[in-house]
Write a protein that binds this ligand. Structure first.
Ligand code: PHE
Length: 339
């Protein structure tokens, strides 16, 4: 009996397997109910009394060693399982939570989409700009207050390099390299040195539009903006234009839409006027065309610019501007349905 056990111990130490099936066969052969080791245990009864102790210890050792060995062989296959050729790497391992698009992005895409359908092409420009494209080429006088330190972020030690304060710089970027017809829509981030509060932030987003061609009139501008307002806020939306001033447009106007929160009746959002301002616009100043290499005798243009935050507030009634940049998942999740 002792010899048998010794022989089995040596055998078990040498066991190998090439697959999980092999391991299972070994388990059946050695340790299942009808396996070699349990049957040895059955024979234990016939072992002479003086050998019982020694044999008992040996059998237990054999049992433990066999179990350890078979488990080790099985573990070897469990870890290399991932390399199996039929392992599906495209399967999701666990439910991955999906993110949502940012509300400003949702609204930006909607604005760009409306103008693309009207024939406008997407254009972009740098956020770190030079004074020329942001101000000079846009007909800002040297002493214009918008250049002031209070408003503009300067890149330290480079007084000429600034963070753009509006997307109008993209107008200049496009005009200097392309002759009319030009019909572009330019979304982007802009920066102004303002104290952060619920109503103001040091960065926000704008969408700029520019159309330059031979026969462009203020009527065209009005019609395009009316179409935009009705696409964005619903068919019944009314617009009104108030005279205004921008250095780069003449004449200039600000456009209000009938408040889509109270339907024009008057509420807190529209300060009980029934109207909310959403954009600035006007006919491109002939000097801006000339400064950017376009013949102002031959060509005319219109331009407009709006804040994406403002449009988003109107659509979704976000009360505090800071919500847009705080990455609060509870806030962002509210826009899941709009994705
Ligand atoms: N750039 C202006 C602003 O930031 C908006 C604007 C764009 C006005 C184009 C007229 C024409 O307020």
């Amino acid at each position: 009996m002792l010899e048998k056990i010794e022989a089995l111990l040596a055998e078990v130490a040498q066991l190998t397997a090439t697959s999980l099936d092999d391991v299972e066969k070994l388990r059946i052969k050695y340790i299942s109910k009808k396996g070699l080791i349990p049957s040895l245990m059955n024979d234990f009864r016939s072992v002479p009394a003086e050998l019982k102790k020694e044999t008992g210890i040996k059998i237990n050792e054999l049992k433990t060693k066999a179990l350890e060995k078979i488990n080790a062989l099985r573990d070897g296959f469990a870890t290399s399982d991932a390399d199996d050729s039929d392992f599906d790497i495209t399967r999701t391992g666990y439910p991955l939570p999906l993110g949502t698009r940012h509300p400003l992005n949702i609204v930006k895409s909607e604005i760009v989409d409306i103008f693309s359908r009207l024939g406008f092409c997407l254009a972009e420009g740098p956020e770190v700009e030079d004074d020329w494209h942001v101000f000079s080429a846009m007909n800002f006088a040297d002493d214009h207050p918008a250049r002031d330190m209070q408003d503009t972020f300067f890149v330290e030690s480079h007084p000429d390099i600034i963070l753009r304060t509006h997307t109008s710089s993209v107008q200049s970027r496009v005009m200097e390299r392309q002759q009319p017809p030009i019909r572009i829509i330019c979304p982007g981030r802009v920066y102004r040195n303002e104290a952060i509060s619920a109503r103001a932030h040091c960065f926000f987003h704008q969408v700029e539009g520019l159309y330059v061609d031979e026969q462009v009139s203020f009527t065209d501008l009005k019609q395009v903006l009316l179409l935009f307002a009705q696409e964005m806020f619903g068919e019944g939306t009314k617009i009104r234009l108030r005279p205004s001033y921008f250095p780069f447009t003449e004449p200039s106007a600000e456009m209000d839409i009938s408040c889509n929160i109270c339907g024009g009746k008057g509420c807190g959002f529209c300060k009980h006027t029934g109207w909310v301002e959403i954009l600035g616009c006007g006919m491109v100043h002939p000097r801006v065309l000339e400064l950017n290499g376009i013949d102002s005798k031959k060509y005319k243009g219109y331009a407009f610019g709006m804040g994406i935050e403002r449009i988003t507030n109107l659509k979704y009634q976000v009360k505090d501007l800071r919500m847009f940049s705080e990455n609060d998942v509870r806030f962002l999740r509210e826009f899941e349905a709009a994705n």
